[in-house]
Write a protein that binds this ligand. Structure first.
Ligand SMILES: *Cc1c(COP(=O)(O)O)cnc(C)c1O
Length: 451
């Protein structure tokens, strides 16, 4: 029998995060001031983030030490297991070897606490009392709630309304870790009130919720803002995943031909990929990297590589990203964590340079893959992660077609125990296949700033 699980000891939790910026051949385009369109310096971000995180955001150091206090909390669930999907391989009758890194073992059930704990720590170090943030499906909000509770920081979470209604238990989780939660658009901010005035029935979106949280943080002296994806420092913190996976693949005596991750803002995909991508950048490997997005919100595969805002109201700096337009309101699909109009600038840069491939799937084939995964591997995946599973299965089927082996590594970014309504809808045939809303994207693209 082949071995199935690869565990590292707690003492082997990586001591540093890996910063891919140090190894890039060309620098990604800089963020620009929203009004002047001039490149911004670190000081422009100071009202929103603690200095330590801003330094990480612009750092060119290849390895950044993980503080002991952060590693100590990581020990609750890290190192996370790497698992060979032998039962799934058998069901697919494929010569491919499929591995997955399982991030669902964290307190909130996803990869997001990897950065939430780091962010809460640096805020605490700089005396911050309160953090405002947004959440889509509630995965980020619950992760930050957990992290803030660990460091005694107050948290206010603006939760996208459709998820607030579809996923009430995520709200309970945030509340049990001591955060206050409100449905976004809310009446608590100008940004929220404006959206409600135009459309009282608005489902909300990550872009709107970000506007609300940024406004909250900018208005209060005691409050900073925190983002669960997209930014360089978030991707940095997630590289703990890829560094562990690299050692675990060594234990398995294998090296991936293709590394797969679902992509909303890009952090779990980048976190798994970057340590492996380092070897491609150095010319030592030729690994393929595949980011997978929903067909209804396909920023990499259908968006344009342009400067755009990170939020709906246009409060954030401009970042060069593959974007569908900051005013684009994605359909209310079940993979709420993938409903973001753009993608991490670092990942976009690598995509533009040809280091990364991207693919988009509608939700039905993803749920079909998730159900097969649950029936073979026994883990109920988050709807977001099901996109990576779909792509990994298709890679394995392609290998079978070619009659050749292929080593596939994907990130199982979270479990789906709080997404069972979505599975109910799928199993009862009620899930509509979402499509690419071309007209709405075209409309949103008209609102892009001209830079
Ligand atoms: C939030 C989330 C995602 C998407 O965010 P990324 O920044 O693209 O990783 C994917 N999977 C799960 C389980 C999530 O909670």
């Amino acid at each position: 029998m082949t071995q199935k699980k690869y565990f590292l000891a707690e003492s082997e939790i990586p001591t540093h995060w890996y910063n891919i910026a140090a190894d890039l051949k060309s620098s990604p385009p800089p963020p620009l001031h929203p009004a002047t369109h001039e490149p911004i310096g670190p000081e422009a971000l100071a009202p929103l983030f603690p200095m330590a995180l801003i330094k990480q955001e612009v750092s060119a150091e290849a390895y950044i030490p993980i503080p002991d206090e952060v590693r100590e909390i990581y020990r609750i669930w890290r190192p996370s297991p790497l698992i060979r999907a032998t039962a799934l391989e058998k069901a697919l009758d494929t010569p491919a070897r499929i591995y997955y890194k399982y991030e669902g073992v964290s307190p909130s059930g996803s990869h997001k606490p990897n950065t939430a704990v780091a962010q809460a720590y640096y805020n605490k170090q700089e005396g911050v009392k309160r953090i405002a943030t947004e959440t889509g499906a509630g995965q980020w909000g619950s992760s930050l709630a957990f992290a803030c509770q660990k460091f005694g920081i107050e948290a206010k979470v603006y939760m996208v309304k459709i998820s607030y209604e579809q996923k009430p238990y995520r709200r309970s989780m945030m509340q049990l870790w001591g955060s206050s939660v409100v449905a976004s658009p809310s009446a608590d901010t100008n940004a929220g009130r404006e959206v409600l005035a135009a459309d009282p029935e608005s489902n909300g979106s990550l872009g709107i919720a970000i506007s609300e949280a940024v406004e909250d943080a900018a208005m209060r002296e005691d409050t900073k803002y925190s983002l669960g994806s997209v930014l360089n420092h978030v991707l940095l913190h997630q590289t703990i995943i890829g560094q562990e996976a690299m050692r675990q693949m060594e234990m398995a005596g294998d090296y991936p031909d293709v590394v797969v991750g679902c992509a909303g803002g890009g952090s779990n995909a980048a976190g798994l990929m970057f340590p492996f991508l380092k070897l491609n950048l150095g010319g030592h490997r030729n690994t393929r990297f595949l980011a997978v997005e929903p067909a209804s919100c396909p920023s990499l595969t259908k968006g344009e590589y342009r400067y755009d805002f990170g939020d709906t109201a246009g409060l954030t700096p401009l970042m060069k990203m593959y974007t569908l337009g900051h005013t684009f309101m994605p359909p209310g699909i079940h993979a709420g964590g993938l409903r973001y109009h753009a993608m991490a600038p670092l990942l976009c840069h690598l995509y533009a340079e040809g280091y990364l491939e991207a693919k988009a799937y509608p939700q039905n084939p993803c749920f079909e893959a998730a159900v097969l995964f649950a029936q073979t591997e026994g883990i109920v995946p988050a709807p977001e992660s099901s996109h990576a599973i779909r792509a990994a299965i298709d890679e394995a089927l392609a290998a079978k077609e070619e009659g050749r082996s292929r080593v596939i590594l994907f990130n199982l970014s979270g479990h789906g125990f709080l997404d069972l309504q979505a599975y109910d809808d799928y199993l009862s045939g009620k899930l509509v296949d979402d499509h690419y809303p071309a007209e709405r994207v075209a409309e949103a693209m008209k609102a892009l700033p001209v830079v």
